[in-house]
Write a protein that binds this ligand. Sequence first.
Ligand code: C5P
Length: 465
Amino acid sequence: MGFWEDVRAAAQELSSHPDATIISHIDADGISGEAILAQALAREGIRTTSVFVRQLEPLTMRQVPRDDSFKIFCDLGAGQQNLLEEHGLSNEEVLIIDHHVSQDCGTAYQQVNCLPYGHTKLSAAGVAYLVARELDASNADLAPLAVIGNVGDMMAREDCGLIGPAREIARDGASQGLIEIRERDLNCYGISTRPLHVCLSYNDDPFIPGISNNAPGAMKFLQRLGIPLRDPVKGTLVWEEIPDEHRKRITSALAQQLLAHGEGISRLFAESYIFPGEPERTPLRNAQEFATLLNSCGRWSRPSVGGSICRGDRGTAYRQAEHMLTNHRAVIRELLLYILETGVTELSHLQFIHVGDRYPDTIVGIGAGMALSKLNMDKPILIMVEQPQDPGLTKVSMRTTERVVGWGIDLQQAIAEASSALGGAGGGHRIAAGAYIPRESEQEFVRRVNELLSGQYAEAGAGHR
Ligand code: C5P
């Protein structure tokens, strides 16, 4: 069967069950995927209950109810099918909607997974949307949620925009006036909420000498252009509000700055996805910032608050989420400073740090990713954190850059192999991956990952080391 046949078969299967439990992941992709499925099923008159898990593992499997409801696994499950089997789930009561590497299993669970069909830039929310649209064409109004999931899972990052089926989904949203697709926009986070100089100084993809990591430098750069960046009523303008011709002048000056330092300009531009129906200057206004809002809910153990926002709650849930977002940013900033002040240990092919039990395991990867732009960006970063609730386990996160992935580095492969060899488990993506490992094997794990990365460099023949 092909991917689209799997989508059709899944829609058919879903419509035949009166009750369903959706088991989804706590990140932006899982939260938006769950919201798509739950709303689409509710419209069919199917009763749903949702469960969010950090990771599908023996402990969290206990949250999967042993009842007659049909079980839909979203953004997880493909790589943990043996666990579903151990839990006693039969193939008639399960549907997996995922985009992660699939695990061989004795039970043939029904699955819609874009990955084996080569759609590597589609997230689980994207797959969930395609199934929902197949259930009923009117579910196309859920396209913005799918775009948030896709963008939140970094599906737009490598190509500076969504491609393939994910782009078609964005166009679905655009044709209904729900999404404004801005082609060749500035490739920068915070276009709806941050003052432009802050936005530019936080950005490291591309790294612009004199501007990245340098807010005063970014401010001077903009002042020299003589473009008005304040409005008498609105105050400091955010990128999204700056008039077209001014935006063009700024991007061409940024391009010149890159060229003057011998850097390419291809990553200066990216497609952005704006939601014109959402209030201006809020994180709801574009896909990237909306995804961060959902991530902050999930990472601080309130994924259902994110779910309510996806269903349109702009009252209590939104206020709670704003609060979590502020806290999320503050803790990540603190972690970032901790990493930079403490320093990392450099091995031949990676740099690592252990943060003890100072930070929640759900955010260490994000902090490490941000610290990377202030460290040696050519070496992947590995961060370890203790698990207060399970002292025998260490959580590991790794991050690298598009540039290094382009050389042939695959963190998912390295982390999955090293962790499983030591009795742990992990996965993720080439650019961002994570694992749980037995605490006593921390040193050996780091050594093995370094060795595996060294092998990847050798195989790629990159000649960078
Ligand atoms: O937790 P972290 O933010 O580092 O996760 C990065 C990526 O690695 C995510 O895609 C996550 O699903 C994946 N991961 C995994 N197994 C783990 C931890 C993380 O597949 N044990």
